[in-house]
Design a protein around this ligand. Sequence first.
Ligand code: ADP
Ligand code: MG
Length: 319
Amino acid sequence: MEFDLIAKYFTRTTPDAVLGVGDDCALLAPTPGMQLAVSSDMLLEGRHFSPQDSPAGIGHKSLAVNLSDLAAMGATPRWATLSIALPEVNDAWLTAFARGFFRMADLHGIELVGGDTTRGALTLSITVMGEVPPGQALRRDGAQAGDDIWVSGVLGSAAMALAYRQGRLFMEQIDAAKVLPALYLPMPRVELGIALRGIAHSAIDISDGLLGDLGHILERSQVGATLEFAALPTHPVVQGYLHEAVARDCILAGGDDYELCFTAPASQRDAVLAAAASVDTAVTRVGCITAESGLTVMDADGQPMSIEHTGYNHFAAES
Ligand code: ADP
Ligand code: MG
């Protein structure tokens, strides 16, 4: 039964692998001279998605969040494995899930080469492998005092959508419809990460909120930062709710953006903009790295804002 399931839903031709799904191991031939970037992310029903969510969306997002880690490293996606626990074999669910998963895979040229399948509470664990030239990975520990801080796309839309879905924020339905895709169908910034090789000093993907994730760069690089709140790029819908504290929290500390936050020397401003333009991605300069530790967010009047939320902590008491 399980072999049928794997054959039916998860086996496709894998021209980029020596051997794909079906044997005890996949066989992969990395490009000579490249380094492998490897990352895993787990998604649990009830925590990362809810039972009512569309299976195609779950397929899309489960791979997208993993690809986002490759993007943050500047790695070119190559191979993935998918381990999945399923409470039952539901043909409609699996068909739609596989459709969403492989659509995202095809978009970024990553091949599913193996995994594991078992019965249990719906759980997804994906491992992605990518390649990056030696010394060019965008690491968290490379930020330097004086670097500009940049973010891609817009911030806070996914968290706003989640706040709306959870009833913590009232939004007009027409507005909500414009931010919900950010929550359910995030687009990893894979091409931008690759374009920033050799330009950015450090990078991270924003999965747990800007402040928390930038905080990881600061910690690993042993530097501090100043951000300009007014410079943070947001969707026009989000701008309409800025008078709400929830909206401001979503921009600074909301999760699920899957944008890149990166630092680069001021001398590379034109290079950053050219790299971003070459992959049709908006990037915005939002602050700078300081030698003194600590993270300060300035309001529009140049006054430090008081910051209560510094990012979603998976082990904090659930609110
Ligand atoms: P084993 O008992 O040797 O671990 P499995 O029965 O778990 O073998 O898997 C058989 C083959 O199917 C292996 O190549 C494995 O990588 C692949 N596979 C299992 N589950 C999945 C999945 N969900 N997606 C992709 N490949 C899978
Ligand atoms: Mg197995």
